[in-house]
Design a protein around this ligand. Structure first.
Ligand code: MHO
Length: 189
C-alpha cells in the first residue's frame, strides 16, 4: 500500500511498551511505531537508567484512515483509568502532542463521564520523546528469525526496522494482533 503523505504522531504509555508496540502497530491506519521513554525530566534516559520516565509507544498514523479519538478509545480499552501503578516506568499516560489532540482527549473523557482530575491515568503534554534501545523496538518480531533474516537481507539496520511500516504490521501479527495485516497485503495486490 502506498504510504500516506502526511502522518500524525500520538504517544501513550500502557505498561511495558512491547505490548502496545504490537497491538497498535497492527491497526489499520497506523503506519509506524516506536517504543520509547517520555513523561519525565531526566535527559537521555535509557532502559537501565530511566529516571522518572515512563515506557511509551509513539505511533505515526494516517489521520485519513484512523482518528486520534479512535486511538484514545483503544488506549482506554487497554487500561483501567481508575487505577494507576506507583512505578513511573509502567504508568498509564496519554501525552498529547497538539492542542487538537488535547481537545479530542478532553471530549472523549467528557463523553465517558471521566473527570480528568478523578482518573488515575496521567494526562500531560508531551515535551520530549526518546526512542528506546534497538532491542526494544518490534520486540516480538525480533524473536522470529525468518522474518528478521528477511529484513537483514533487504538491508534494514536497526533504525530502518524501527521505522518500517512492514515491521510494525508483522510485529503486531506475530504477537497475535492480526487485524491490520490482511488488509495491507490485499491492498498491495
Ligand atoms: N517484565 C518485563 C518487562 C519488560 S518491559 C520492556 C520483562 O522484563 O520481561 O518493561
Amino acid at each position: 500500500a502506498p504510504e500516506p503523505e502526511e502522518t500524525e504522531t500520538a504517544t501513550f504509555g500502557l505498561g511495558c511498551f512491547w505490548g502496545p508496540d504490537a497491538s497498535f502497530g497492527a491497526l489499520d491506519g497506523v503506519v509506524r511505531t516506536r517504543a520509547g521513554y517520555a513523561g519525565g525530566t531526566k535527559t537521555d534516559p535509557t532502559y537501565q537508567s530511566l529516571g522518572d520516565h515512563t515506557e511509551v509507544v509513539q505511533v505515526a498514523f494516517d489521520p485519513d484512515a484512523i482518528g486520534y479519538a479512535d486511538l484514545v478509545e483503544r488506549v482506554f480499552r487497554q487500561h483501567d483509568p481508575h487505577s494507576q501503578t506507583r512505578k513511573a516506568q509502567y504508568q498509564n499516560v496519554v501525552l498529547t502532542e497538539t492542542r487538537a489532540q488535547g481537545a479530542a482527549l478532553a471530549e472523549f473523557l467528557r463523553e465517558r463521564g471521566l473527570e480528568p482530575d478523578a482518573v488515575g491515568t496521567r494526562i500531560e503534554q508531551l515535551s520530549r520523546f526518546y526512542p528506546a534501545e534497538a532491542y526494544h523496538q518490534k520486540y516480538k518480531l525480533r524473536s522470529e528469525a525468518e522474518f528478521m533474516d528477511a529484513f537483514d537481507e533487504a538491508g534494514y539496520d536497526d533504525a530502518a526496522l524501527r521505522e518500517s511500516p512492514a515491521a510494525a504490521k508483522l510485529n503486531g501479527y506475530v504477537a497475535g494482533n492480526g487485524s491490520g495485516i490482511a488488509d495491507e497485503l490485499l491492498a498491495a495486490e
